[in-house]
Ligand binder design. Structure first.
Ligand code: NAD
Length: 536
């Protein structure tokens, strides 16, 4: 995370990760590759700071998050610019995809976080004399492992609820976007320092996969991993050594279904946003568009026109652009491979389709692909690129069958003017989230849990579920009515087993007559039990 000037003078060292602006190829600096000892030391520092943070009130934690919001607004442009330089996205992509959701998350936590974490009374069932409640205690130190696609958001979004729940955080940022971590860490630490808290509560570690792996086995109390399914599996395997609890937010292959009664202008607009925002490098990006036969040709015509109008270029070169660069060079190879497979099997490139080398080595243009079908890899493998794959379907049944024909199951969307049809189709989509007449906005409703099924992940972030996932969800049983001495089982009597069985019959037996019969048995057995105990 050293500065550009330093990197230019020293040159990239082998024990450091070089950072490059994907749009201009300008070197930005470098970051250290940290080993297990450095990771453990970071966890220890966060743990020391967490001891006093755990004792703070919700009011004090709210004040920190409120300041975090204020500082985020004050530094808006610098925060977006850091994301743009590090990841290649446009300023608008950074404002909408990075900062906006973080602010909304902070607003939610400030407004509702305490309600979600207040002790909750539960029914005590047959133990009527007891009170029952759930308390939400801090876990200790939470490890956060981030991907590269939204460097500000990926760091802040798991960190903010973890802090609000009373934890310290050690975050491993992506090796592809480590450079921007410095201003983001500074933002978090400034908010803590302004309220007199130890800034060491939040730590950032840098390095490749091995550094992430070291965090998993560092003794951190829980791991929130966001990344690919392959690495998610490795994280889970390593976490089993603890065992350490994990939440896995993995990839997606989100389907969008456009019915024959959809508002087509709106569906086209949302499909373009879903595919071309951040050049498709989004876990909830729209990767498959299923369009009903009746509106297919018109939909293709409109998205073709729309995609042709998009302007692409270096985001900070002074000209307003709609699309920026791809963050990782490797992603362009992946997209090319998927397009080659699709076209060999009959798909047709209507717009784009080849690297925009005139703009630089890491630009792939907005692309529209038609005649796509499920024999093609592009339908099954995450592409993470600006390619709209369009599939023709005969109607609801086929759309749902094909949309569900995926190992992934993160988000999905249905476009229809018929609310009943929308509800019906939503209930049949095998995904963690479904949005009617929009894409991806489930994320902006922070009261909702966010996560996937299938290889899209395990566990949930966001909402009450995500906030509580940052806690030790502890069951507490108290005396509601003191009944003095508890029921004594020892020493076991000849009648004890039959008595327990009869009591089960009284409580759980079906029908009044059965229960009455067990009650008579229980009363007799109870009297014998008492006599035996008095004698003995
Ligand atoms: P990745 O799996 O390559 O890397 C993610 C992070 O894990 C990086 O910091 C990396 O260094 C680290 N890592 C790699 N191997 C590790 C290991 N064995 N143990 C611990 N950490 C390890 O993913 P990526 O390419 O950076 O990100 C893209 C992926 O992330 C896509 O699949 C995308 O869909 C997914 N993603 C999902 C969500 C979501 O919320 N569901 C959000 C954003 C991105």
């Amino acid at each position: 995370m050293s500065s550009h000037a330093h990197a230019a003078a020293a040159g990239p060292a082998t024990d450091r990760i070089p950072a490059l602006d994907p749009a201009t190829q300008e070197p930005l600096g470098d970051a250290p590759i940290m080993g297990p000892d450095e990771v453990r030391a970071a966890v220890a520092r966060a743990r020391r700071a967490q001891a006093s943070w755990a004792k703070t009130s919700f009011r004090e934690r709210r004040a920190v998050l409120r300041t975090l919001m204020d500082l985020t607004l004050e530094r808006h442009e610098a925060l977006c610019e850091a994301a743009v330089r590090d990841s290649g996205k446009t300023m608008v992509d950074a404002a909408l995809g990075e900062v906006f959701p973080v602010l909304e998350k902070l607003r939610y936590l400030v407004a509702h976080g305490e309600k979600d974490l207040r002790p909750e009374t539960r029914r005590s069932g047959i133990l009527a004399q007891k009170g029952a409640r759930v308390e939400f205690h801090p876990l200790g130190v939470v490890g956060v492992i981030c991907p590269w696609n939204f460097p500000f958001h990926n760091l802040l979004c798991p960190t903010a609820p973890a802090l609000f729940a009373g934890n310290g955080v050690v975050a491993k940022v992506s090796e592809h976007t480590s450079w921007s971590a410095e201003p983001y860490l500074q933002l978090l630490r400034d908010a803590l320092t302004r309220h007199g808290h130890d800034p060491e509560l939040v730590q950032v570690v840098t390095g490749y996969g091995a550094t992430g792996s070291a965090l998993v086995t560092s003794g951190a109390d829980k791991i929130f991993f966001t990344g690919s399914p392959q690495n998610g599996r490795k994280v889970m395997e390593a976490a089993s050594q603890g065992p350490t609890d994990v939440v896995l937010e993995l990839g997606g292959k989100d389907p969008m279904i456009v019915c024959d009664d959809a508002d087509l202008d709106h569906a086209v607009e949302q499909a373009m946003l879903g595919v071309f925002t951040a050049c498709g490098q989004m876990c909830v990006g729209v990767e498959r568009v299923y369009v009903f036969d009746a509106v297919y040709d018109e939909f293709v015509r409109r998205v073709t026109e729309g995609a042709q109008r998009l302007r692409q270029g270096a985001p900070l070169a002074g000209r307003v652009v709609d699309c920026g660069a791809m963050t990782m060079p490797r992603q362009l190879d992946i997209i090319e491979g998927l397009l080659a497979d699709a076209t060999a099997k009959g798909a047709r490139v209507v717009v784009g389709g080849e690297r925009a080398t005139e703009l630089g080595p890491q630009f792939f243009p907005p692309t529209v692909l038609t005649n796509v079908d499920h024999s093609m890899r592009i339908v099954h493998e995450e592409q993470f690129g600006p390619v709209m794959s369009i599939l023709r379907v005969s109607g609801e049944e086929e759309a749902l069958r094909l949309a569900n024909d995926s190992a992934y199951g993160l988000g999905s969307s249905v476009f229809t003017k018929d609310a009943a049809r929308g509800d019906r189709m939503a209930s049949k989509l095998r995904t963690g989230m479904t949005v009617i007449n929009d894409y991806g906005i489930a994320y902006m409703i922070q009261s909702l849990p966010f996560g996937g099924v299938g290889i899209s992940g395990i566990g949930r972030i966001n909402g009450r579920e995500g906030l509580r996932a940052c806690t030790n969800t502890k069951a507490v049983v108290t005396d509601r009515v003191s009944i003095g001495k508890g029921v004594s089982v020892y020493p076991v009597q000849e009648t004890t087993y039959d008595l327990v069985r009869a009591i089960c019959g009284v409580v759980y037996g079906g029908g009044v007559r059965t229960r009455a019969k067990h009650a008579v048995d229980a009363a007799g057995l109870f009297a014998r039990e008492v006599r035996a105990r008095t004698r003995g």
